[in-house]
Design a protein around this ligand. Sequence first.
Ligand code: NAD
Length: 445
Amino acid sequence: MGPGRHFCKEDKSVNICVVGTGYVGLVTGVCFAEFGLNVAAIDNDKTKIDLLKKGEVPIYEPGLKEKIAANVAADRLIFTTNIKKGVANSLVVFIAVGTPQGKDGRADLSYIDEVAKSIGENMNGYKVIVTKSTVPVGTGERIKKIVEEHQKEKVNFDVVSNPEFLREGAAIEDFMRPDRVVIGASSSQAIAIMKDLYRPLYLRDTPFVITSIKNAEMIKYASNAFLATKISFINEVANICERVGADVQMVATGMGLDDRIGPYFLHAGPGYGGSCFPKDTEAFVRIADEHGYSFEIVKSAINVNNRRIEDVMKKIARDLGAVEGKTIGFLGLAFKPDTDDIREAPSIKIIKKLLKQGAKIKAFDPSAMENTRKELPKITYCKDAYEVADGADALVICTEWTLFRNLDLGKIKKALKVPVLIDLKNIYDKEKMNQLGIKYTGIGR
Ligand code: NAD
């Protein structure tokens, strides 16, 4: 399958289409185009597709805008709401729609089902249908059944599980240089086609895990649940450090130097958030429950994470007393740096609690203010950290954006009404803060 096939816009034959242009679908589509493939990126959200057609990008992800522009200019990437043509013109159809948490904690597969139905209805020849979305074990079989039920004519197809491990904020780099590519499939033809798509990575010696669909589906949940558990583990260690007078930063450094443990995901903080860990841990517990197994470790990781917001509220109460009528400044709203994503962000949960208790909130985030405004329209949004600090009774660092790591602390102290800094990301040093006359509270120190 080589690049450079003829076509004019939506009618052209593409190598692949990606259904869903969110954080995963957009990055997947752009990166495959970057590999030289012809890609149709499809979404049923017309506003999103119209924006993308105009060269604007609905999400913030470093490097994404430039790569989209370059691949659209090279005529390798198109955006469309037309799933019918997208499917008909592609050999490989990636499903990258959301799998949000359903009411009972299980993954809501309604978007997946809808896409599977459309694929079945619009199939005009052999296709490889690939799930990039995070889906429970058994979803591959479910997709197969739905597609078969909706096919107008019986044509052969294969289903592949190809879970995505990218991190928001480093998504392009993660896609282009992944630790591994997991391909779950039972058909040798589908495996060969997948390897062909990922050829540039294959040539670069990226490890490929070729396995069954069920194994691939499990690998994704097990990986996310493990990382979430690591975060909850270090957050509990932080709580113990506070009680015994140790510093979790040093403890984590000492632990992380052990190759068997590693330094990643050992940063104590306000708990994990984002669109993946909270829903994927819940879904994994439900998958185990449905198969008669109680997944105790992950249940505990979830409980610890849920308690984290209360732990933070206690810190704020200890430093500020009653917050009613007080102004609290927030630096960082996104669930992590380098993204505008606020789904399940600890900042939003903490701010909502503080608002309920009568606090006034000022905030600044380099990318996430537009998204936050939709959820918290009544807080004051500022142009920078200094405007946030101006007249505030305390400053809370909630996201470790690089530009918060080197603040002019003299200026911050002067601007604050009361010099209190609650550093939920441990980016500053307590001694230095105390020398500056700033009352400092970190996590686990
Ligand atoms: P998202 O919510 O940002 O994007 C999903 C997109 O799918 C939306 O643009 C939506 O309009 C579109 N969509 C929904 N139904 C559709 C339909 N019927 N037809 C066409 N488009 C449709 O989601 P995301 O964060 O990109 O996550 C997608 C999947 O990937 C989820 O399963 C998630 O768990 C998984 N995942 C996410 C990340 C991450 O960091 N965000 C990382 C790895 C895996």
